[in-house]
Design a protein around this ligand. Structure first.
Ligand code: ADP
Ligand code: MG
Length: 481
């Protein structure tokens, strides 16, 4: 039996105002070479200035991934030539990266797996190249954009584990607000390293590398195809070449170039950037800024709120939705009811209207107030939802709407008894049956009429009580005459 071994190198562009080492805007633009400073072009005499916000965001991510943090920040030069790298070197981190030896726990098929993070470092993105038949265009907008690279240990075993890891990582970026991590914009991309070995072997097999895959489904395709291809190769007595391959449109991988030796990048400490001390105070400050993350909430929702796994999964996926739920949960007593409203009303409304939570008319306070009315028995669950739907439609606060359109439940006994008496005057035959024949079934008839004539707003329990009292009173009167 063979076993696959997968290691990922994930790149993610950070969201900052300016680039990592220059003041040019860190902004996507369709117009090429619009956001470019001399530093990004590698012009002679340039001096890089480190972006504090980028360092902060890289450190935040490293902390969220349980990494050991350095006591100072040092940048290094990685020397190589490529047209997308005008300086002839990339400023990155080797000597003291932002984080080392971290981990992320992922849940795959009901089992927890700890994915080792070898290291996390901050570097700069390259320019982007657009190849034509006879020429290549270079766009320097991306040159110098802050980029973090997260390198996992070779510890993943299936494409499902790899995808779960990538999805959870993306959600961490979003929870932390360090990046929008849009893979269709190339903001998050990953190199996949993969090898296979005999299950009992303690040595890793020769790895194949696939660079810069944007979409998660392509990562899955690449892994699944490579596992099969490599096992086949070994079964046929052939060797696996250490090479770089690419995943093509047809879902197959093709060899690009053989990787004979590790490239010697002649790293050295970037002489133009002084090292910066990182104090424990600063690290503690950053730790306090990290919100409760997705999987921690997932565990909490299941254990504390007894949520179903599938409900917990959708609620924690987006931090804003999870925060919204937690706020409403705090405001209300009946958590089960809150979960019910979140899954059957909030999420389904977002889906139906194809809007984000920010665009939803119903705020946490509004939903809380409606749920509180249901809790107190002042409106029914369905009535509550009906009010919420109307509130969205009319853009009126639900509580206002209840007042304005008189949608509240009728609890006032005087009001109810007036209605009940009127119904009894209209239906003397049913009253007679109760008095003369002791026909208790007519009570149901009167309840039905009361609900119908009150537009379903009459309090059903109170109505029942009052109907019984009124019928009894009439019976006594009759007998005493
Ligand atoms: P390189 O020297 O080729 O850059 P590294 O040891 O730095 O290789 O590892 C790069 C990535 O490849 C890491 O994510 C690591 O987990 C993964 N990796 C290393 N060896 C293997 C292997 N034998 N099979 C699969 N992945 C591997
Ligand atoms: Mg490497």
């Amino acid at each position: 039996m063979y076993k696959a071994v997968i290691g990922l190198e994930v790149h993610c562009e950070l969201e900052t105002k300016s680039k990592n080492f220059s003041s040019a805007p860190n902004q996507f633009s369709k117009i090429p070479n619009q956001h470019v400073a001399p530093t990004d072009l590698g012009l002679p005499g340039i001096l890089p200035v480190v972006n504090k916000e980028a360092c902060k965001k890289a450190l935040l991510t490293a902390i969220a991934l349980h990494c050991e943090n350095p006591n100072e920040i040092i940048f290094d030069r990685k020397n190589y030539f490529y047209p997308d790298l005008p300086k002839g070197y990339q400023i990155t981190q080797v000597t003291k990266p932002m984080g080392k030896n971290g981990y992320l726990d992922i849940l795959v098929q009901g089992k927890w797996k700890r994915v080792g993070i070898h290291q996390l470092h901050l570097e700069e993105d390259t320019a982007s190249l657009e190849h034509d038949k006879n020429y290549t265009l270079i766009d320097y907008n991306r040159s110098g954009v802050p980029l973090i690279e997260i390198v996992t240990e070779p510890c993943l075993e299936t494409s499902e584990e790899a995808i779960t890891f990538l999805e959870d990582l993306k959600d961490i970026f979003l929870y932390l607000g360090v990046s929008e991590a849009k893979s269709n914009y190339g903001q998050m991309r990953c190199d996949v390293n993969i090898s296979v070995k005999k299950e009992e072997s303690t040595e890793l097999g020769t790895k194949v590398e696939m660079k810069n895959i944007n979409a998660f489904h392509r990562v899955k395709q690449a892994i699944d195809y490579e596992i099969k291809r490599q096992i086949n190769q070994l079964e046929n007595g052939e060797k696996i070449l250490q090479e770089t391959r690419r995943i093509a449109e047809d879902g197959k991988t093709y060899a690009m170039r053989e990787k004979v030796d590790a490239i010697d990048y002649k790293y050295f400490i970037e002489p133009n950037i002084p090292s910066t001390k990182i104090t424990n105070e600063y690290l503690n400050e950053l730790k306090k800024m990290i919100p409760k993350l997705k999987m921690d909430r997932y565990i909490q929702y299941i254990e504390k709120y007894k949520m179903k796994e599938e409900d917990a999964k959708v609620l924690v996926k987006n931090k804003k939705i999870a925060d919204y739920f937690e706020q409403v949960q705090k405001n209300c007593h009946d958590t089960e009811l809150v979960i019910h409203f979140m899954t059957t009303f909030i999420l389904s409304t977002l889906n139906k209207l194809e809007i984000s939570l920010e665009e939803l008319w119903i705020t946490e306070e509004m939903l809380s107030k409606v749920i509180q009315l249901v809790e107190k028995g002042q409106i029914s669950l369905d009535h509550g939802k009906k009010i919420l739907y109307q509130s969205i439609e009319k853009k009126i606060d639900p509580i206002e709407l209840i007042k304005k359109e008189n949608l509240h439940q009728i609890n006032d006994e005087k009001e109810l008894i007036v209605l009940i008496k009127k119904i009894m005057e209209e239906n003397p035959e049913q009253v007679r049956q109760y008095i003369e024949e002791d026909n208790f079934h007519v009570i149901n008839f009167f309840i039905g009429q009361t609900m119908k004539q009150s537009n379903r707003q009459a309090n059903p329990n109170k109505s029942l009580e009052l109907i019984q009292q009124e019928l009894e009173r009439r019976k006594q009167n009759e007998q005493s005459i």
